[in-house]
Write a protein that binds this ligand. Structure first.
Ligand SMILES: NC(=O)c1ccc[n+]([C@@H]2O[C@H](COP(=O)([O-])OP(=O)(O)OC[C@H]3O[C@@H](n4cnc5c(N)ncnc54)[C@H](OP(=O)(O)O)[C@@H]3O)[C@@H](O)[C@H]2O)c1
Length: 221
C-alpha cells in the first residue's frame, strides 16, 4: 500500500450516533480536528455535540463532507438520504453494516449478492469508499486503541478499490490506535461483515491476516 501523500488534519463524520460519536472522540484524542453532522442543521445539534463530543465542531453535512477524510456512520437503511454529490472525489470510510433485525428487511441488500459496501460505492459513485471500522463495537473503539508497537495491539481490516484511499484510511486507523490490515478490494469486505468470525471477535494483526486469507480463499477473491 502507498503512503498517504499529505497528512490529514480534519475528519468529517456524518452521523452522530453511537459509532459516529465514538470515532469522533477517538479522532480528537489522536489530534484531528473533527467536524460532525447529522441530517439536522448544525445549530440543532451543537449543544448535544458540545456535551457528548467535547472539542468537535457541529456542522451541516456539506461541511463534514468537505473534510480531508469522511466517515459515514448513519444506519445503513438510511443510506439513500445521503447526498452523493457532497462526497464526490472524497475518501469515505463506510462503517455501516446490514443487520436486518435493526435495519429491517431492505430489498437493496436482501436481493443483491454484493456486499453492502459495494452497493454504497455504487450509490456514492464519485467517492472512494473504504469499508472499515464496521467490525468493532462503538463501546470498544475508545478502549481498545493502543500505541503503535504495543504487543497484542488490536487490528482492524479495511477493503476498497482505491489504493491511495486505503493508504489514507490505514494511516487513520493507526493513529486511532489499531493495526490496519488491507483485506483487498471492496468484495473482500465480505470477510468481516456481520456473522463472520472477524466481526464477532477481537484480533491481532497476525490473527486477522490469517482469518482474512482464509475468507478470501473461500470467496475466491
Ligand atoms: N453500534 C455499533 O457498535 C456499530 C459498530 C460498527 C458499525 N456500526 C454500524 O454503523 C452504522 C451506524 O450505527 P449507530 O449505532 O452509530 O447508529 P445510531 O446510533 O442510530 O446513529 C445514527 C446517526 O446517523 C444520523 N443520521 C441518519 N441519517 C442521516 C443523514 N442522512 N445524514 C447525516 N446523519 C444522519 C442520525 O442522526 P439524525 O437521525 O438525528 O439525523 C444519528 O446521529 C450502522 O450501519 C451500524 O451497523 C455500528
Amino acid at each position: 500500500m502507498n503512503s498517504p501523500t499529505t497528512e490529514l488534519r480534519t475528519i468529517g463524520v456524518i452521523g452522530a450516533g453511537r459509532v459516529g460519536a465514538a470515532v469522533a472522540r477517538q479522532a480528537l484524542r489522536a489530534g484531528y480536528t473533527v467536524k460532525i453532522a447529522t441530517a439536522k442543521p448544525a445549530d440543532e445539534i451543537s449543544m448535544l455535540v458540545e456535551i457528548v463530543i467535547p472539542g468537535a465542531v457541529a456542522v451541516d453535512a456539506a461541511e463534514a463532507a468537505a473534510a480531508d477524510l469522511v466517515v459515514v456512520a448513519v444506519p445503513l437503511h438510511k443510506y439513500r438520504t445521503l447526498d452523493p454529490g457532497l462526497l464526490t472525489r472524497k475518501t469515505v470510510i463506510d462503517v455501516m453494516n446490514y443487520w436486518a433485525p435493526t435495519d429491517g428487511q431492505v430489498d437493496d441488500f436482501e436481493n443483491d449478492p454484493r456486499t453492502s459496501s459495494e452497493i454504497i460505492q455504487d450509490f456514492l459513485a464519485g467517492a472512494r469508499v473504504v469499508k472499515s471500522l464496521n467490525h468493532i463495537g462503538y463501546h470498544e473503539l475508545e478502549d481498545d486503541g493502543q500505541a503503535y508497537g504495543t504487543a497484542g495491539r488490536r487490528a482492524l481490516a479495511l477493503a476498497g478499490d482505491h489504493d491511495d484511499a486505503k493508504a489514507t484510511v490505514a494511516d487513520f486507523l493507526d493513529r486511532l490506535g489499531y493495526d490496519p490490515v488491507d483485506a483487498g478490494p471492496l468484495p473482500a469486505g465480505r470477510g468481516f461483515q456481520p456473522g463472520t468470525e472477524i466481526f464477532n471477535g477481537s484480533h491481532t494483526i497476525d490473527q486477522l491476516e490469517n482469518l482474512l486469507a482464509e475468507a478470501c480463499a473461500l470467496a475466491r477473491i
